[in-house]
Design a protein around this ligand. Structure first.
Ligand code: UD2
Ligand code: MN
Length: 287
């Protein structure tokens, strides 16, 4: 089980030797220096409620839940929180951040984390909008609104710096998507069958098209993101099975029997962290 307090201490210790002069990683990405006082993020004046909830000073028609599928990316999470809280608050959003942490060993399964996060959050409160968000992606433009649209699935991580701010392929819906709870139910969530890297996002596209939902995107010049550099994680090897699963998904309409309706997981605990500005789910997979 992951103990936040201990890791927090560990993290602060590790960052101590960073040079006094900030090293700019990239554009708006916070520097290591800015990250150093991780234990006192409250002091930054982010004005959050316990568990990473923000209540805007005005009436917001939607409540947004941000779900981050997560395992062992603490540095990315720290960068993300420092970047995203101010960003989301500028938009006057009513939001809560949920980190869905895979605590069971074995291969990473992003789909199961998204689905189990959705199910558990629904028990806590009524959210209108769910934003599924890679931990390493940072929006570069304030006009990328983290709200949902009844007209379709909003694919936000459209123009990545890594790819020269172009979309790799039209059916790509990876990285960051904003989905109303109604549409998420209609899609039957993500597939639970994709273990390891790749395919679960393309499967999500298959679901969107089979459900006859539209994909909405902000202009290429607006929907820009930076991905914090990383290597492939251990426990998340390329899934060689992904093309077979995708074919099956298309030809047998797997969506109907795989997703929220056959989801299996065990919730280890739910903890609210104000010091880390985040509400964390520890969810456990059952094979
Ligand atoms: C692409 C997609 C991503 C996903 C992935 C294939 C974009 C912009 N991103 O990202 O959405 O479809 O391909 O699976 O299209 N994670 C952990 N710990 C781990 C492994 C993964 O926290 O050990 C989480 C984390 O939130 C990470 C995300 O899963 O951002 C996706 O994994 P990745 O960053 O390794 O994949 P990447 O960058 O190729
Ligand atoms: Mn990534």
């Amino acid at each position: 089980k992951y103990k936040f307090k201990e890791l927090q201490k560990k993290y602060v210790r590790e960052t101590e030797p960073c040079p006094k002069i900030p090293i700019a990683i990239d554009k708006q990405v916070p520097t290591y220096q800015e990250l150093a006082p991780l234990s006192s993020l409250e002091a930054k004046g982010f004005d959050l409620q316990n568990g990473g909830t923000f209540i805007p000073p005005c009436k917001q028609s939607q409540k947004t839940a941000i779900i981050i599928p997560f395992r062992n990316r603490y540095l990315h999470l720290a960068v993300w929180l420092l970047h995203l809280h101010p960003f989301l608050q500028k938009q006057n959003l009513a939001y809560t951040v949920f980190v869905v942490n895979q605590v069971v060993n074995g291969t990473f399964n992003k789909g199961v984390l998204m689905n189990s996060g959705f199910m558990e959050i629904a028990k806590l409160d009524k959210f209108d909008c769910f934003v599924f968000h890679d931990v390493d992606l940072l929006p570069e433009d304030d006009r990328i609104y983290y709200t949902c649209d009844r007209a379709g699935i909003k694919h936000l991580a459209y123009a990545l710096e890594e790819w020269g701010y172009q979309l790799l392929y039209q059916s790509l819906v990876g990285g960051v998507v904003a989905v109303t709870w109604q549409d998420y139910l209609r899609l039957n969530g993500f597939s639970n069958q994709y273990f390891g890297w790749g395919g679960e996002d393309d499967d999500f596209y298959v679901r969107i098209s089979q459900s006859k939902l539209d994909i909405l995107r902000y202009p290429l010049s607006v929907s820009r993101y930076t991905m914090v550099q990383h290597h492939r994680d251990s426990g998340n090897d390329i899934n060689d099975n992904r093309y077979r699963l995708l074919r099956e998904s298309i030809t047998t309409n797997m969506q109907q029997r795989d997703g929220l309706n056959n989801l299996q997981y065990k919730l280890e605990s739910i903890e609210n962290f104000l010091s880390l500005l985040v509400s964390t789910f520890h969810s456990m997979l059952i094979k």
